[in-house]
Structure formats: C-alpha cells, structure tokens
Unconditional design. Structure first.
Length: 308
C-alpha cells in the first residue's frame, strides 16, 4: 500500500504546483489558459486514479477499479487536450479522449481483469503517442517544455508497449514481467512520468510568460506590424483582452512579431507582391495558419496602408 500512497502524494504535489501557477491567471480562456486548465485536470486525474486504486486495494470493489482506470486514462487524455488547446486543435482530441475513457471503463466493467488491463495499457500507449505527436506541430516546435513532454510521452508509450509484448509473449507470471512490469516498478515509472510532466507543464507556462506574479497586459502598440508599406494590427485589443484574456493578447503579439519578420524577409528576397490588402492578408493567413491560428483569430486582424 505504501507505493500507492507515495504516488498519490507525488501527484498531489504536482497538481498543487500547477494550480498555484494558474490561479493568478484564471480569467477568460486563451490558449495558454486552456492548456493550464487541462494540465490541472491531468493532475487531478492522477490524484483520482491513485486514490481509487487505494480504495480498490482496501476492498472497494469493481466500481473503484473502473473509476480508477477511467481517471488513469484521463491523465494523458487531458494532456492531449492541453496540447491540442495550445496548438488550436481541440475537436479531434475531445472525441479521442471521450472514446478512450468509455472504452476502458466498459472493458474494465465487463471483461476479464487481464484483458481489460491490456486494453488500458494499449489506450495509454496511444494517448501518450498522441501527446508526443502534438509537440511536433508547427506552432509548438521550439517551445520550451515541449521537448520534455515529447521525451516523457515517448518513454511511457515505449514502456506500455514493452509491457504488452512481455505479457503476451513471456506471460504474466514470467520472471521478466514480474521484475520489470509488475505493480511496484510500474508505479515507480508512473510517478516519474507524473513528475516529468509537471516539469514540462511548468516550462511551457514559463515560455508563455506565466509566473506566480500577475503579468502586465501587452500594450496596444505591440500589436501592430508593418510589411512593405502595409500596417497589420489587432482590432480593438482592449476588447480582445477582456474577452479572451491577457495571455491570448500576448500570444497574438508574439506571433505578429514573428510573422512580420517572415513576411518582410519574403518581400525583400522574392518577387512576392504585396500590392493590395488582399495579397497581404493572403500571405498573413498562410503564416498564421501554420502557427495554429483559427479563422476566428485571424479575422481579428486588419490590414491598411501604413501612414508615413
């Protein structure tokens, strides 16, 4: 029982840290806020699964096991949603996680314990691969913390795959399986994954300018770029800040600065025309879509001639 309570304590410490980071910014949800909230959900799921497994070990019955398995799947599932929120692609993640939770819950309820365990391990493997894949999306490459999350999720996916192969080829009672994939080493690996995920979340939040102190709102003059005689700006930045939160405005400012540099280099080194607002908007849209912007976010920008 000690190892279960140890994992519970570690999970509780991680989720408490993430909550401490997010509470000062618990306003309207921009991408960073959604990432933080789903990360908190992942931490809560880790705590919940540990608690339900402890209850099951104390004789809580199959219901405790079902809830524990559902929470365990929600851990990487919520991180998949967190990464999707950060990349601006949430819909497919919501469907995937919902199907995964229902599948594992039903299997644990109606199937043999070892078969349901294989299903749960396979689902965890696939979800971790999904999180790892999200770290390679264009808007997130190079973002501090994504490499940590990539390594953690690839490592845990490989561990899950090895566990399945060992169970099916060597047997559940084989010396190799008992030494490497029994409950004690599995719990230790899970604890390390929880800690490393917490580190990755903290790094991502720091890269978005989050800290324990309230961050200043981005000034409106930072939300303007000039490209080949055209001025690209955010429509009503104060209204956007109130509606979507200061972090969303800061993300817009950072992306606009990067996109402005890319478009200026393109104008200087190629024969690309920026003769009309439509042409500027077309190239702007391509750059922003590559960074994960949605059509609604792109529509917040205006293009007009620069005033000398």
């Amino acid at each position: 029982m000690g190892y279960i309570w140890g994992l519970l304590a570690i999970s509780a410490a991680v989720v408490s840290t993430v909550i401490a980071l997010t509470l000062p910014h618990w306003g309207a949800p921009g991408r960073a806020e959604l990432f933080a909230r789903f990360s908190v959900a992942a931490g809560i799921a880790a705590v919940g699964s540990s608690l339900m497994y402890a209850i099951y070990e104390l004789g809580g019955g199959v219901l405790a096991l079902v809830v524990g398995d559902a929470f365990m799947v929600l851990g990487p599932g919520a991180m998949l949603l967190a990464m999707g929120a950060l990349a601006g692609r949430l819909r497919a993640g919501v469907i995937t996680v919902s199907v995964a939770v229902v599948l594992v819950s039903v299997t644990t309820t109606v199937a043999d314990t070892r078969f349901s365990l294989l299903v749960k391990i396979a689902v965890l493997c696939l979800l971790c691969l999904g999180v790892a894949g999200h770290t390679r999306r264009a808007p997130l490459i190079g973002l501090a913390g994504t490499t940590t999350l990539l390594v953690v999720n690839l490592g845990y996916a490989a561990f899950c795959a090895g566990r399945i192969v060992a169970a099916l080829t060597l047997g559940w009672e084989s010396p190799v399986y008992r030494a490497v994939f029994s409950i004690v080493p599995t719990t230790a690996v899970g604890a390390l994954a929880v800690l490393a995920t917490g580190l990755g979340v903290w790094q991502v939040l720091r890269s978005h300018g989050w800290s324990l102190r309230r961050r200043r709102d981005a000034p409106a003059e930072e939300l303007v770029i000039e490209v080949a005689g055209w001025r690209v700006s955010l429509t009503d930045p104060a209204d956007v800040r109130r509606a979507f939160g200061a972090d969303t405005v800061s993300e817009i400012a950072r992306d606009l600065e990067a996109v402005g540099g890319a478009l200026r280099r393109r104008a200087d080194t190629t024969a690309v025309s920026f003769a009309t607002p439509v042409e500027v908007a077309a190239h702007l849209r391509l750059e922003l879509e590559a960074r994960g912007w949605s059509p609604t976010e792109i529509a917040l920008l205006t293009v007009e001639p620069a005033v000398e």
